[in-house]
Design a binder for this molecule. Structure first.
Ligand SMILES: O=P(O)(O)OC[C@H]1O[C@@H](O)[C@H](O)[C@@H](O)[C@@H]1O
Length: 284
């Protein structure tokens, strides 16, 4: 059991044999091992030197998700998914180190100068035998102004073969924006989702607050979320995956992105108010 710091990451080893590695760059979790298996996909072509967001693991999207909105200007000029995944975070402390779980807290640095908003962004990562919990804490530190943001955990779950998986527990009637269909709004039919063509959907207010992935080979994941209301499901398949420069060959066969977040609308916090978005992934 223990917590080890290197110059670029913090590694957690839990007494059960599970482990996790969190890069300070983007506070991106690049590895989570449980039951002797790697549970997160990281592309073999991912840049791990801080030159660009890491293609895999769990990057953090903040203060926007997806392409920037057209206004206000300081949001309109942001890069896709915002800047938190490109910042160098600080490992603040070990919150807990017990057999029930090992929990670490990270804090983000100040925003880029063009983004003049006062907020505090922290991330608590907790590892136990079969679970990884990731909590994003956002506090509006403005004295009299509201702070609005989107936030999302861009989780690349490792799976043996994306063509064999089934994604379930998204209730029938949940609406989603289908980015493959140019942003068309669609209602979920509640039927299990399979990956036989590119999928890029932002589900809005998922009432079950839990999405299940059956890997078709006896394993899978439960992804539970609280605070976060939305969930993106993304896999480019070969059709668009081939065009992603830092995607390894056939990488799209080895992961499914299940991404809990506040991603359809902007969340607004009053001065002093805090938002907590939580993801709990159970490896089955
Ligand atoms: O290449 P990026 O910026 O990491 O984004 C990857 C994907 O992230 C997903 O969350 C989006 O829904 C996709 O549209 C996007 O292509």
């Amino acid at each position: 059991m223990g917590v080890t710091e290197t110059d670029k990451s913090v590694i957690i080893n839990h007494e059960s044999g599970s482990s996790a590695e969190i890069y300070l760059y983007g506070a991106t979790i690049v590895s989570w091992k449980s039951g002797g298996k790697e549970r997160l996909f990281v592309s073999g072509k991912a840049a791990l030197d801080g030159s660009k967001a890491i293609r895999g693991g769990i990057p953090i999207c903040f203060p926007i998700f997806g392409p920037p909105p057209s206004s206000p200007p300081e949001y309109a000029s942001l890069a896709q998914h915002g800047f938190a995944r490109n910042q160098i975070w600080k490992f603040e402390k070990t919150v807990m180190d017990r057999s029930e779980g090992v929990s670490l807290r990270f804090t983000a640095p100040l925003p880029p100068t063009e983004f003049q908003h006062k907020y505090k962004l922290a991330y608590v990562v907790t590892l136990s035998e079969h679970q990884l919990s990731t909590d994003l804490h956002i506090v509006n530190e403005e004295e009299s102004k509201e702070f609005t943001f989107q936030a999302l955990l861009h989780t690349y779950l490792a799976i043996p073969d994306s063509s064999k998986i089934k994604i379930s527990n998204v209730p029938q009637g949940t609406t989603y924006v289908d980015k493959i269909l140019g942003g068309k709004k669609v209602e979920s039919d509640g039927v299990d989702i399979v990956i036989d063509k590119p999928i890029d959907r932002v589900y809005h207010k998922v009432a079950s607050q839990e999405v299940h992935v059956d890997d078709g080979l006896g394993g899978g994941y439960k992804v539970r979320f609280r605070g976060f209301e939305d969930c993106t499901i993304w896999n480019p398949t070969e059709e668009t995956g081939k065009k992603i420069v830092d995607m390894e060959d056939k990488g799209w066969e080895k992961y499914i992105c299940i991404e809990p977040g506040y991603a359809r609308e902007f969340k607004s916090l009053a001065p002093g108010e805090e938002f907590i978005g939580q993801q709990v992934i159970t490896a089955l």
